[in-house]
Design a protein around this ligand. Structure first.
Ligand code: HEM
Length: 378
């Protein structure tokens, strides 16, 4: 199995979609709870079946987590997000307009999909528009630490010390500023929030900003790029969606399942646990491979088909349980707003070059998607 073990841990494998999916399909069939010993890494359990991912996600976590999550949870729920509906539609229009201006060709990932969720999350958090390029650069370095093009050149591949320091310096200044002058943005909620009656420390508040600033855009933009690619490669599905815009919510969930930009999360066992006849020991690392769970043949008999009207579709792209993605409603709202605007104005679209995925085991997606198209004015 050493060849498989090295492949699961190698960022380059994830740049080749067919290869990684074939590898996971083999593991789901032959060894779904797989002890993985890649060269150069601490060994871990690779979990590839949907039901097993859910079982592990349901196990308990430290209660501190709930208190931290509680600080912003209400903010991320649909009743609060509804206020952003009109603003989101306006932003979606801004980025589809940009695409139209660039036409008849563009690199959809680099010119459009990367910028729209970045702008949404940064304006919500309260980062100045002039700092958005810096935030994008730091996020890509953090998640693309192994990609030869995206990583920070002076760092050892996979190590991100300088990037993290730069994030911390930026956000520590933000905390001080929001404590002195609280506003309506999410940064003010975090800077002025209290846990057990105490304000958050510098490490905690900066970490909170970093997770919101980084979790919210690369992931969503990967779904928008990968979703558009899936529509281009499945013209019947594109036609169906254009003719039936009420399918947009199911289409968005299918895009998210299809892309699964957060390919896995790691957990550490806090107790011994039996799974499919194997014992995961306390202290061992466990890799929940969402990307594999979302193509599990036991849940989706036609898992390798992209269907805009797929129902039910309870995918695990957002995780599950206590840590389930806090931004899932926001992400879906953004993707819906974008495709509602795009599809209304799109006459034609095709690939204009080869799409390429980034080299990353954690968050990945298309780093380039060249397209040729014709769009109408709004
Ligand atoms: C389609 C886009 C997105 C995907 C696929 C995604 C996926 C995920 C996944 C898999 C997790 C871990 C769940 C687990 O450990 O069980 C997570 C956590 C999280 N996500 Fe997202 N996410 C997306 C968009 C967003 C957005 C827009 C935000 C907004 C800020 C966000 C904020 C968070 C936060 C704060 C957490 C940590 C939650 C916790 O540990 O309690 N995500 N996300």
């Amino acid at each position: 199995m050493s060849e498989i073990d090295n492949a699961i841990a190698a960022p380059a494998t994830y740049a080749d979609e067919a290869r990684i999916h074939a590898l996971f399909a083999q593991l789901r069939k032959e060894d779904p709870v797989h002890w993985t010993e890649p060269e150069g890494f601490r060994p871990y359990w690779a979990i590839t079946k949907y039901a097993d991912i859910l079982e592990i996600e349901k196990l308990k976590d430290n209660p501190d987590h709930r208190a931290y999550r509680g600080l912003t949870q209400a903010w991320f729920m649909p009743p609060n997000l509804k206020k952003l509906d009109a603003r989101m539609a306006e932003l979606a229009k801004r980025y589809v307009d940009r695409m139209m201006e660039l036409g008849p060709t563009c690199d959809f990932t680099r010119d459009v999909a990367m910028w729209y969720p970045l702008h949404v999350i940064m304006s919500i958090l309260g980062v100045a528009e002039s700092d958005e390029s810096l935030m994008l650069k730091l996020t890509q370095e953090l998640f693309g630490g192994n990609d030869p093009e995206l990583r920070r050149q002076e760092e050892t591949p996979g190590v991100n010390t300088n990037t993290i320091m730069e994030f911390f310096n930026y956000f520590n200044n933000m905390t001080a500023e929001r404590r002195a002058h609280p506003g309506e943005d999410l940064a003010s909620v975090i800077a002025n929030g209290k846990i057990k009656g105490e304000p958050l420390g510098d490490l905690e508040s900066a970490s909170y900003y970093i997770i919101v600033a980084t979790a919210g855009h690369d992931t969503t933009s990967a779904c928008i790029s990968g979703g558009l690619r899936a529509l281009i490669e499945n013209p019947d599905e594109l036609a169906k969606l254009k003719a039936n815009p009420e399918l947009l919510p199911t289409a968005v969930d299918e895009m998210i399942r299809w892309v699964t930009p957060v390919q896995h999360f790691m957990r550490t066992a806090t107790d011994d646990h039996e799974l499919r006849g194997k014992t995961i020991r306390k202290g061992e690392a466990v890799q929940l491979l969402y990307m594999s769970g979302n193509r599990d043949e036991d849940i989706y008999p036609d898992a390798f088909r992209f269907k805009v009207d797929r129902e039910p579709n309870r995918h695990v792209a957002f995780g599950y349980g206590a840590h389930v993605c806090l931004g899932q409603h926001l992400a879906k709202m953004e993707i819906r707003a974008f495709f509602a605007e795009l599809l209304k104005r799109l006459d034609h679209i095709e690939l204009a070059g080869e799409p390429k995925r980034s080299h990353s085991v954690f968050v990945s997606g298309l780093k380039t998607l060249p397209v040729r198209y014709s769009l109408r004015a709004a």
